[in-house]
Write a protein of this length. Structure first.
Length: 289
């Protein structure tokens, strides 16, 4: 297993694994190996923008309707996954880069992150030419999600993150209601924990009113990598989660399973995966039928 330095594992001198179309299969296999020791996954997505912007002060249902409209029509640029465990030990970060996204800056009335992300160093030409086809990623990653190896998912203000993750599970169109969204997400993913929701139970953490950057600063956690890249953001999310677990005195059952802004729980039972050595099975346990 890789040596762990300052919250990030180093494999070949890297704190994260850059994943493109040419190395998708080998990186998925490496991730499977790490999941046996690090079964908690922190997630972040980067996407091109919004076709429908959500005004402040809208109801949860109105917010979800905007999410449904946007996610149904757009694809992500990056998916960041950081593997960790219940003790706050961090294994490795993967940053998946996708080709089939939409640059929407020329669409009328669109709020777009396009120019903002370019200023942060996003290379859209490389994404187009070397990025992963979402259909191929879905084919390779679905068995990982459904294997039972992932104990739970960690997000920060992660409703969009979970929605885009659901698209990789053949959810072509987002459910029409928030309750159905939560039910399907629980069935596909198991338990989800949102740190922004979790922070609502702590006065010290300003009751969930801070963004990820300010929350990390308050907890004296230094970022590794560049903000608004999915790998760096997922690693920061995992690091913040580890620190929050130490300082908060709230029972996990109070905040686990909820996304910030979603009143319905996303919590499903995932049986532990038991690896059996076939050579140790007795003959009466083996059927040839």
């Amino acid at each position: 297993m890789a040596k762990i330095i300052e919250g990030a594992a180093i494999v070949g001198g890297q704190w994260k694994r850059e994943v493109w179309s040419h190395n998708l299969l080998e990186e998925i296999e490496l991730m499977k190996h790490y999941l046996s020791e690090f079964p908690i996954v922190a997630i972040d997505t980067e996407f091109p923008g919004f076709l429908r912007w959500t005004p402040k002060g809208v109801s949860d249902e109105e917010f979800y309707q905007c999410l449904q409209f946007n996610v149904n029509r757009l694809s992500i640029l990056q998916l960041g996954l950081t593997l960790t465990d219940d003790n706050g030990k961090i294994g490795m970060t993967w940053e998946f880069n996708f080709q089939d996204f939409d640059q929407i800056s020329n669409m009328e009335g669109v709020y777009s992150l396009d120019s903002f992300l370019k200023n942060k160093g996003f290379n859209f030409n490389k994404l187009r030419s070397c990025g992963i086809a979402p259909q191929e990623f879905s084919r390779q990653f679905k068995p990982v999600i459904r294997s039972g190896r992932i104990q739970k998912w960690i997000t920060f203000h992660g409703l969009y993150d979970i929605a885009y993750l659901m698209k990789f599970n053949n959810i072509i169109s987002m459910p029409t209601s928030m309750s159905m969204f939560a039910m399907i997400a629980a069935h596909l993913l198991g338990t989800v924990t949102d740190l922004k929701h979790m922070a609502r139970y702590s006065d010290y953490l300003f009751n969930g009113n801070l963004g990820l950057k300010k929350l990390a600063k308050l907890l004296q956690i230094n970022r590794v990598g560049t903000a608004h890249f999915a790998g760096s953001d997922s690693l920061l999310t995992a690091s913040v989660y580890a620190k929050m677990k130490v300082i908060m005195k709230v029972e996990p059952k109070i905040h686990e399973g909820f996304l910030y802004g979603l009143p319905y729980p996303i919590q499903g039972y995932r049986p532990p995966v038991v690896i059996v050595d076939p050579s140790k099975l007795t003959d009466d346990r083996i059927s040839t039928d």
